[in-house]
Design a protein around this ligand. Structure first.
Ligand SMILES: CC(C)(COP(=O)(O)OP(=O)(O)OC[C@H]1O[C@@H](n2cnc3c(N)ncnc32)[C@H](O)[C@@H]1OP(=O)(O)O)[C@@H](O)C(=O)NCCC(=O)NCCS
Length: 435
């Protein structure tokens, strides 16, 4: 996920594309030398990571050092040596394990995230993961309840921070590694900058270690030591008028609203014969198709049938999957999917929610990927999504421009904890989408 320093995950398109936004501004009588010094100082300060420098992650100083071996940075410690008690929190707060099956707890998590989770740079939009989505994202096969971690105020019991992990098998080159996927790190707005996040990260790490798992994968909009890959979001307008009205996108130069609406218009029905929604009985075929497809990427999940059933079987307002069943042979050769992640629109008179689809896993073997994704856009439009987002991972670059996606203004960085990949990967070498 991204944080509010970057709008990469959140849906602001072409906003504030000023890469120098963090540099100190020039004041009247500053000499060039002093300015250069200030810039240097601010850069070196901003590059120090008091917490992350202590963790087994690739460090900036090691970038490009091909002599370092790929694989775990530190060996596992004996389980008996893993700290048995939780890390200390500031006195007013306590740890809780969040039971996502409890309607009440799920509501509390939902409210914390709805009000405090990721926003774009300009604070116009905030992710609004639904409760069903959170349950789906947090309770896959083999999940650990102990990895759904909350922080409450002792006196009032108010939930003020959250972090989660779910287990996943992730392949890096030829090695399948048991990992935790870490997500939903959130600290209440009133408790920011108090170094609570490092304690939460250490606590989830401890609980992951207790299950004898020593690696993790995560994404963020901020640069931390050290990205495995840096990706970009692209956005395809489905409801351009609304997107422009709420400030998500702007009318292009020399464009009128009606020309823009025409530009993004899609047919009412899909074009590929045999294109239909995935069903339970498709799980074995989809698993075979997807496993084969993902094997070409350097880092990708190692899905089995249970994973595919959980992550890809359509779930209303959470995840949608379509496939192409050959009308002649009934073979399944193509597949596409997207998940539903709305954003709250902050402070707009007319609209409160932006309905966004996020491209998930897509496989084309017979139907051209461009045609398959055009059909995905058509079903998303038919189901009232306002925008279809996709990262430039896997083979997505091959359809983005042609299908009228526009580049977003932020970046999404992928990270591995305690696992070194000895060079930075291109987005097209990544076969992993985290929620
Ligand atoms: C992300 C968030 C929890 C960080 O909390 P904070 O109060 O701003 O920061 P803290 O003082 O507690 O901790 C700062 C440390 O956390 C690290 N950190 C900040 N955001 C991080 C992230 N997304 N992932 C991992 N580490 C992160 C910082 O780099 C810093 O460590 P460093 O000194 O080694 O660089 C908080 O800003 C937040 O809830 N933001 C909105 C939701 C969000 O963006 N979540 C992250 C999605 S990836």
């Amino acid at each position: 996920m991204v944080d509010n320093n970057s709008s990469s995950n959140s849906p602001a398109e072409n906003q504030n594309a000023n890469p120098d936004g963090n540099l100190p501004s020039e004041s009247g009588n500053t000499t060039i030398d002093a300015l250069a010094h200030k810039v240097q100082e601010s850069l070196s300060l901003s590059k120090r990571h008091k917490f992350w420098e202590t963790q087994p992650v690739g460090q900036f100083k090691d970038l490009g050092d091909a002599s370092l071996p790929e694989g775990p940075i530190e060996p596992p410690t004996p389980l008996s040596e893993v700290k048995q008690e939780p890390y200390n929190l500031p006195n007013l707060y306590e740890w809780v394990t969040c039971d996502m099956d409890s309607e009440e707890t799920c509501n509390e998590v939902y409210n914390l995230l709805t009000n405090n989770y990721v926003e774009d740079d300009e604070n116009m939009f905030r992710f609004n993961y639904s409760k069903e989505f959170l349950r789906w994202a947090l309770c896959p096969p083999g999940y650990f309840r102990s990895w759904h971690i909350g922080v409450r105020v002792k006196s009032s019991k108010k939930l003020v921070a959250f972090i989660t992990g779910v287990p996943a098998k992730i392949r890096a080159r030829d090695t399948v590694v048991n990992m935790a996927e870490i997500n939903f790190l959130c600290v209440h707005k009133k408790l920011r900058s108090k170094r609570l996040a490092p304690v939460m990260i250490k606590e989830v790490t401890r609980r992951v270690h207790l299950e004898n798992i020593w690696q993790a994968a995560y994404t963020a909009g901020v640069i931390l030591p050290t990205p495995v890959s840096t990706c970009q979001y692209w956005h395809r307008s489905l409801n351009p008028k609304k997107l422009i009205d709420v400030g998500f996108s702007r009318l292009g130069a020399r464009m009128t609203m009606s020309r823009t609406i025409k530009l993004y218009k899609l047919p009412d029905s899909t074009v590929t014969p045999g294109f239909r929604k995935m069903e339970l009985h498709d799980v074995p075929a989809v698993t075979r198709l997807l496993r084969n497809y993902l094997s070409q990427f350097i880092v990708a999940p190692d899905f089995d049938e249970n994973d595919v059933e959980h992550w890809l079987l359509p779930k209303e307002n959470v995840v949608d999957s379509y496939l192409v069943e050959s009308p002649e042979t009934h073979e399944i050769n193509d597949f596409c999917s997207f998940y539903t992640l709305p954003s709250s629109i902050l402070g707009n008179q007319n609209y409160s929610t932006l309905k966004a689809a996020y491209s998930y896993y897509n496989v084309s073997t017979k139907t051209p990927l461009l045609q398959l994704m055009n059909d995905a856009l058509i079903v998303a439009k038919r189901n009232d999504y306002d925008v279809f987002n996709a990262l430039d991972v896997m083979q997505n670059e091959s359809f983005l421009k042609e299908l009228k996606f526009g580049p977003g203004d932020g970046e999404l960085h992928y990270y591995l904890y305690n696992y070194r990949i000895n060079r930075v990967l291109r987005p097209s070498e990544l076969g992993l989408v985290l929620l």
